[in-house]
Design a protein around this ligand. Structure first.
Ligand code: ADP
Ligand code: ZN
Length: 576
């Protein structure tokens, strides 16, 4: 039998079996037909409380009843999350077990037929190894409906929201951007610790733009057979383009695009093929497709640089841990739909939850709500919240950890205050845009965003002032806790200061040794001398302004983040 003929027969048999299966379901159904409701309408009914009970089954349709007990049926979306969604909406859900006496026969017959059909189809697929049948594989990337998520559902990430708001316009109205010759990012990377709302933000962008949202995870592709990942990617993009405006969200992009050196096992074929398919699809976007790909990762520095080239993921947005203000907003947002008792002090809770992510805060309130519900209490009390807090803290860290945490926060606060104050006093042209003791994903305990003016040349004085600012973090630590208790937190600062000091000697010829080429030993001596002199200068400067230093450090401990105006206000008041 030749190949063509064989596959012809296979398709005929497949079709026959599938039809037989469907007919078995149709004919063996007992008694009167419930009214058919389209699936979309069913969801609306469920959301507005018009559905009392749903009976899930494996059939083509699922049955449900209205509040009055009237029976209906709707299409079975065969979506794993449906049950959870319904339960969350307060609908009771039963699952039709195949042990039920009457439908047993029909279930068995149809299952056998479907099973056979799928087997045949699978064999057919295997033989053709083409892409056509693969459309089946994107079922789990169906656009999510549910309630629309918008920017109002994301709290405390104001900077990130600002830096993505133009994408919403772009998806809504791609022609407008292209008319101005603007090239919008095809891909955006969200990076930051887990649970900080990266997925939520991507959903909110789609929601604000009224676009479809498709979510997949990079790790899903890794264990696939060669070729499947790539064809799934193509099918996904096809769907998104057809949707006319879509956000494709790829969680854990690092599973697909780790730096070569970072994966000792070498690249997997499948991973590379999937990644290539992704990049090819992205470069094939028409500007007016209105499709944007958002990828999420915990760490930007482990990603393959090829991914970050122009025309690919050329914008990256940090989504970091919330500071005090952010935590308070997130807590208030998640309290909205909960009966909180007046005894709960949200401001205090925000202060207690340093280093908590948005997801942990949401989880905290949820745990408290569960405790209250178990007790049958009228509202969620202060004790319920405390209980949830301690159980999360206990899971998060060892018992004495909170004491250590407090000490580290203090060290970080003094360290960053040192940088900030030195920058303001030594480099008046610099902008100190932000100081925070919330750790960034770049590894530092906190940071002081100190931006030098944009100019061509720097004087010797200015370079030395930069070195002083770098060393001021360590100097402030010394003032706060003594020379024996300084920490490793200054490692990056020291490397930076040292490199600049060395350049002052050997590159710019600004040291005592002057312009003449000098021996390595002399460079080292000059270099060490400069560092020592400037470290003493940093320490002297901070000692002379210790009141302001202390004030900034304490403000950081309290508020965690300060902006330039707040910093300047404090320095001014101390120097009056
Ligand atoms: P990520 O993708 O960064 O791991 P998610 O978006 O999955 O984090 O966050 C999980 C859940 O935590 C969200 O669905 C939401 O309930 C809550 N959450 C996280 N960050 C925020 C935030 N900034 N505002 C409101 N809720 C948040
Ligand atoms: Zn520092």
């Amino acid at each position: 039998m030749n190949k063509k003929k064989k596959s012809y027969i296979v398709s005929v048999v497949t079709a026959f079996l599938a039809i037989a299966g469907l007919m078995a379901v149709e004919f063996m159904k007992p008694g009167e037909e419930p009214a058919y409701i389209p699936y979309g309408e069913f969801l609306n009914m469920a959301e507005s409380g018009g559905v009392a009970e749903v009976s899930l089954s494996n059939g083509a349709r699922i049955g449900f009843t209205g509040p009055g007990g009237t029976a209906y049926e709707t299409d079975n979306p065969r979506k794993a999350e449906l049950k959870e969604d319904l339960l969350l909406l307060g609908v009771s859900v039963t699952e039709e077990s195949s042990a039920a006496a009457e439908p047993l026969l029909s279930t068995v017959v149809s299952l056998v037929c479907f099973g056979a059909a799928i087997l045949f189809a699978a064999r057919l697929m295997h033989r053709q190894s083409g892409g056509a049948v693969m459309a089946m594989d994107v079922k789990d990337a169906a656009p999510e409906r549910k309630e629309r998520v918008g920017f109002d559902d994301v709290a405390g990430n104001e900077e990130a929201k600002d830096s993505v708001s133009d994408i919403v316009d772009f998806i809504k109205n791609p022609e407008k951007s292209t008319r101005y010759g603007a090239r919008m990012p095809r891909g955006v990377i969200f990076y930051g610790p887990p649970g900080t709302g990266k997925t939520l933000m991507a959903k909110a962008i789609a929601g604000e733009a009224g676009a479809a949202f498709y979510a997949v995870s990079g790790s899903d592709f890794v264990q696939m057979y060669v070729g499947i990942g790539a064809s799934r990617v193509r099918a996904l993009f096809k769907k998104a383009r057809e949707a006319g405006g879509a956000v494709i969200f790829i969680d854990e992009i690092d599973a697909l695009a780790k730096k070569r050196a970072a994966s000792p096992s070498g690249g997997s074929d499948e991973r590379d093929q999937t990644l290539n398919a992704l990049l090819t699809e992205m470069s094939g976007f028409e500007p007016n497709d209105g499709v944007v790909v958002i990828a999420a990762t915990n760490r930007l520095d482990t990603l393959d640089e090829a991914l970050l080239r122009p025309g690919r993921f050329d914008r990256s947005v940090e989504i970091g841990l919330p500071d005090l203000n952010g935590r308070e907003r997130i807590l208030r947002l998640h309290c909205k739909n909960k009966p909180m008792s007046d005894s709960v002090d949200i401001g205090r809770l925000a202060r207690q939850t340093v280093y908590f992510s948005g997801a942990m805060l949401e989880n905290l309130l949820n745990e408290a709500a569960i405790t209250a519900a178990r007790k049958g209490a009228e509202s969620i009390s202060h004790q319920d919240v405390d209980e949830a807090y301690y159980s999360i803290i206990a899971g998060k860290a060892k018992k004495d950890r909170s004491g250590i945490m407090e000490r580290e926060r203090r060290t970080t606060a003094w360290h960053e205050a040192g940088h900030a104050l030195a920058a303001k006093l030594m480099c008046p042209e610099n902008t100190v845009a932000k100081i925070t003791i919330i750790p960034s994903t770049k590894g530092a305990g906190g940071f002081c965003l100190n931006i030098p003016p944009d100019k061509l040349y720097f004087t010797k004085n200015e370079l030395e002032a930069q070195v002083v600012v770098s060393l001021a973090g360590r100097a402030a630590e010394e003032i706060n806790s003594g020379a024996e208790n300084v920490t490793t937190g200054a490692a990056n600062d020291l490397a930076q200061a040292s490199a600049l000091a060395r350049d002052i000697v050997s590159k710019y010829g600004m040291s005592e040794a002057g312009l003449a080429p000098i021996a390595e030993a002399d460079i080292n001596r000059e270099h060490a001398g400069i560092l020592e002199r400037l470290y003493n200068e940093a320490r002297g400067l901070l000692r002379a302004n210790e009141a302001a230093l202390k004030r900034v450090a304490n403000a950081l401990l309290l508020k965690e983040t300060l902006n330039e105006a707040e910093l300047e206000g404090m320095i001014r008041e101390e120097n009056r």
